[in-house]
Design a protein around this ligand. Structure first.
Ligand SMILES: Cc1cc2nc3c(=O)[nH]c(=O)nc-3n(C[C@H](O)[C@H](O)[C@H](O)COP(=O)(O)OP(=O)(O)OC[C@H]3O[C@@H](n4cnc5c(N)ncnc54)[C@H](O)[C@@H]3O)c2cc1C
Length: 414
């Protein structure tokens, strides 16, 4: 293999985007994964490119919510009790970052990451010939009760501050847009028109991986945990033998922390797990754009395989077996909101790679030359993969990052 500049570890949306952005800058990149591109978390998400990602999905503050969550009565958040001791320090830090003040810092960083995240996707989707997978329909947040809607105060204030557009929909406007949503279950509906969505998230990651190959990148099957430092840089074992390069990008999503720990960096990364399943729809019912039933924490998104229901969070060990309780809880709840028909197998479990401050880790390792981090994108990794890759490419090629990345720097944890 001719000499290479960068090994990119991890072929999810984040790693593929980093590899692609570096290749677009003329770097020779080999992308390494143990599976084909886009087969893990980036496979089964809700496909939302979220413009209004300004308030993190944080820890509940009210006692009533804590009790419901603790008893696993809340479909929006389930816990696997036996895993809580192992996750206690992460949960404690997560709780600390779930205040309104922390949301302000989050919004300051995320406004640009979401705005530019969407723009960067559309640039790459045009180059990759993947525009047909994208929809510029916006999406709708549904609130069932006045109390639930009262919880949007901060989101609306931050949206006003950052110029994120939204519309309060009247019942008529909601039913004109989505005639089959049960408007009688909805107290208030908010449409965010700048949010976009895709009809097949896995296909988007694969299209970007194909563009990476077309531009001269290489994909090789390999084991990222074999990464080692050499005299001249970094080396990893692959199906094609050892691959070496002066620089390496660690973008293994929820599997990133183990490898970073091998080099002495202990990142507090946990998995906020989530599930999906597809449904048919009754009769002629159609869903034109994704909707989120905010007080139950699930999304219904029209996809090529049917209507995809994605769940809120399950706090559990990353490798614990799947528990379909959340999907079972939501089946009836979602049917009240939209006339879903048959469930289409299989059910899927994914793991949002989550830092306690809800922001990704992006930048150079402080003590190892040529080691770069790009992981921990939580609920927004599909939206922010391409822009993270662009920022990383800026840093790795010595350009001034086009956005302020100080809130994302790895040294905030290690
Ligand atoms: C239910 C659900 C809904 C979501 N909805 C949205 C949404 O609508 N919008 C949004 O922006 N985000 C959403 N997300 C979050 C988003 O999916 C993730 O943030 C994103 O996919 C993370 O991408 P990644 O590339 O970091 O990780 P991954 O896609 O998990 O990629 C990591 C890669 O590393 C590889 N790997 C791991 N270990 C090794 C090893 N030892 N050797 C070789 N390779 C290895 C894996 O095979 C994998 O390909 C959702 C997540 C879930 C679970």
């Amino acid at each position: 293999m001719s000499s290479i500049d960068v090994i990119a570890l991890g072929a999810g949306m984040v790693g593929v985007s980093a590899a692609l952005q570096l290749t677009r800058r003329g770097r020779k990149v080999v992308l390494v994964d143990r599976r084909e591109p886009g087969q893990e978390t980036s496979f089964g998400n809700a496909g939302i490119l979220e413009r209004e990602g300004l308030v993190p999905t944080g820890f509940p503050r009210e006692l009533s919510a804590l009790l419901r969550y603790g008893l696993n009565l809340a479909p929006e958040a389930n816990y696997r009790l036996r895993d809580l001791p192992g996750l206690a320090s992460w949960l404690w830090a997560f709780r600390k970052h779930s205040t309104d003040a922390a949301a302000e810092a989050y919004a300051a960083a995320n406004d640009a990451l979401c705005r530019e995240g969407i723009a960067e996707h559309r640039l790459l989707s045009a180059e990759a010939g993947a525009d047909r997978l994208f929809r510029e329909t916006g999406w709708i947040r549904l609130y069932r009760t006045p109390q639930g809607f009262a919880g949007t105060k901060l989101l609306l204030a931050l949206s006003d501050r950052y110029g994120v557009k939204y519309q309060h929909l009247t019942t008529k406007e909601l039913t004109d847009l989505e005639p089959h949503i049960a408007a009688d279950k909805v107290f208030e509906a908010l449409r965010f028109p700048e949010t976009q969505s895709v009809s097949w998230p896995e296909a988007v990651t694969r299209a970007y991986a194909d563009l990476f190959l077309k531009l001269g990148g290489r994909f090789v099957t390999g084991e990222a945990q074999s990464l080692r430092q050499t005299e001249t840089g970094w080396a990893v074992n692959t199906a094609e033998g050892e691959i070496a390069a002066p620089e390496v990008v660690l973008a293994l999503g929820p599997w990133s922390a183990e490898l970073a720990a091998k080099f002495g960096y202990r990142f507090p990364l946990a998995s906020k797990r989530g599930y999906h399943v597809h449904y048919g729809s009754e009769g002629n019912a159609v869903l034109n754009a994704p909707v989120v039933d905010c007080e139950r924490g699930y999304v219904l998104a029209p996809m090529e395989k049917g209507i995809r229901l994605t769940t809120g969070i399950e706090i559990a060990d990353r490798d614990a077996p799947p528990n379909y309780r959340q999907l079972n809880q939501l089946d009836q709840i979602a049917r009240e909101m939209f006339p879903l028909a048959e469930e289409r197998a299989p059910r899927w479990l994914g793991r949002r790679p989550a830092m306690p401050d809800h922001l990704p880790v992006l930048g150079p390792a402080p003590r190892h030359r040529g080691l770069w981090f790009d992981f921990g994108h939580g609920h927004l990794g599909f939206t922010q993969g391409p822009v993270s890759g662009r920022l990383l490419a800026d840093m790795m090629t010595g350009a001034q990052p086009f956005l302020d990345v100080s809130a994302l720097k790895p040294t905030r944890f290690v």
